[in-house]
Design a protein around this ligand. Structure first.
Ligand SMILES: *Cc1c(COP(=O)(O)O)cnc(C)c1O
Ligand SMILES: [Zn+2]
Length: 384
């Protein structure tokens, strides 16, 4: 049984019923802040409530918002490997380097978790037509889960996105619309196409259930480490769903008494081309206008959940850091040649970021460090 109770505004705490279909599920009281799923009935839930036979993120069904299992739209997302990287680790001079490899998800990125959840809830709410702006991976994942659910999909993507992202959407049967600019320009196009509210808009953090899918990464990290957490997690941040999802999972597990009351320090990693989270964290004004990056998923100039991201970084004693564009491809090569993993440019940013954090003493070599690789490098071949 799902233990979900209601949706709650992340800023002013106003609550909303879960039965309501919101095409723009944001708070109407305080500047449209994101709504978050709350589970007041979590107490008493034990680790044995995890479905050990389910080798996907749906093993955590009771902590997830889908009410009826028959509405689950799954392609086998989640329960990805947690790998140890001894060769890269010793090259970087750290003792315990781990990598959660989200490249093995359907459509090659962790977006599969969020979109499996969002499309399952959309199905449960009787929705038949979805739309999203995307930097690439979210669109592909939405198109795939809509195909599997028999729903119509419209994906709005920057024209400069590598071809694989576009082709997969078309093959999944989605309508693909290309826009000049970044994901923020795609969002404007979506708003324009959806003035009549015909589509269910699954934009990052404006739709409350994608976060619940991403949250399962946090449960998996704890379970795979034997119910403890690393000291530091580096996370390539765009819209921030993953970062917020990890924090939400850790908070829930602390409340449940499943893990010790000690959060890992969460580090948001961005590129110099587009660094709104870093600017926000360090109060930088007059930042230059955001540019495209080879790490498409990080090119989100105006993250809708910026306040929540800031709160997560503060509460976990974390930080934010930007790396140079020309450090990305060498890092992809370094991880590939040392560990046999062909990671996405987004995931690769974590290596130069970790180097900087070690050099500035913000992370120590004897700490346990987890890199969250969000996607596969294979979809970006033409960018290399
Ligand atoms: C979307 C995406 C990101 C950013 O994720 P958020 O949860 O939006 O911060 C990072 N890496 C890849 C590969 C992505 O597709
Ligand atoms: Zn509110």
């Amino acid at each position: 049984m799902s233990r979900i109770s209601f949706l709650q505004c992340s800023v002013c705490d106003k609550t909303y019923p879960i039965e309501k279909i919101n095409t723009y599920a944001t708070c109407d009281r305080c500047e449209k802040s994101p709504l978050i799923c709350e589970y007041t009935l979590l107490s008493g839930l034990a680790k044995c409530n995890i479905d050990q036979n389910e080798r996907s993120m749906w093993r955590y069904f009771e902590m997830l918002p889908v009410l009826d299992k028959k509405n689950i739209v799954s392609l086998g997302e989640g329960w990805t490997p947690l790998l140890s990287l001894p060769r890269l680790g010793s090259w970087m001079g750290v003792h315990k380097l781990l990598l959660k490899d989200e490249s093995l998800n359907p459509t090659g990125s962790f977006k599969a978790r969020g979109l499996s959840m969002a499309i399952s809830k959309a199905k449960e709410l009787g929705i038949t037509e979805c739309i999203t702006p995307t930097a690439g991976n979210a669109g592909g994942a939405m198109a795939a889960y809509c195909a599997s659910a028999g729903m119509r999909a419209t994906v709005v993507m920057p024209r400069h996105t590598p071809q694989a992202f576009k082709t997969e959407c078309q093959y999944f049967g989605a309508t693909l619309i290309e826009v000049e600019g970044l994901i923020s320009d795609c969002a404007k196009k979506v708003a324009e196409l959806n003035v009549e509210g015909r589509f269910f808009d699954v934009s990052t953090m404006r739709e409350p259930y994608r976060l619940e899918g991403k949250k399962t990464m946090g449960y998996e990290i704890a379970e795979q480490l034997g119910w403890r957490l690393p000291d530091v997690i580096l996370y390539p941040t765009g819209g921030g769903t993953g970062l917020i999802g990890l924090w939400k999972a850790f908070s829930e597990m602390i409340e449940l008494g499943w893990i010790e009351n000690k959060m890992p320090r969460l580090v948001a990693v961005q590129t110099e081309n587009c660094r709104p989270v870093v600017n926000n964290f360090f109060d930088v004004d007059n930042a230059p206008e955001a540019k495209a990056s080879i790490a498409n998923g990080l090119s989100v100039p105006f993250p809708f959940a910026r306040k929540l991201i800031q709160r997560v970084l503060n509460e976990t004693n974390g930080t934010a850091i930007a790396i140079e564009e020309d450090e990305i491809i060498p890092a992809v090569k370094e991880i590939a040649s040392k560990e046999g993993l062909f990671v996405s440019p987004e995931g690769a940013t974590l290596v130069p970021a970790l180097k900087k954090l070690l050099a500035s003493d913000q992370v120590h070599p004897e700490e346990e460090i987890l890199l969250l690789n969000t996607g596969t490098g294979y979809k970006y071949i033409e960018s290399f």
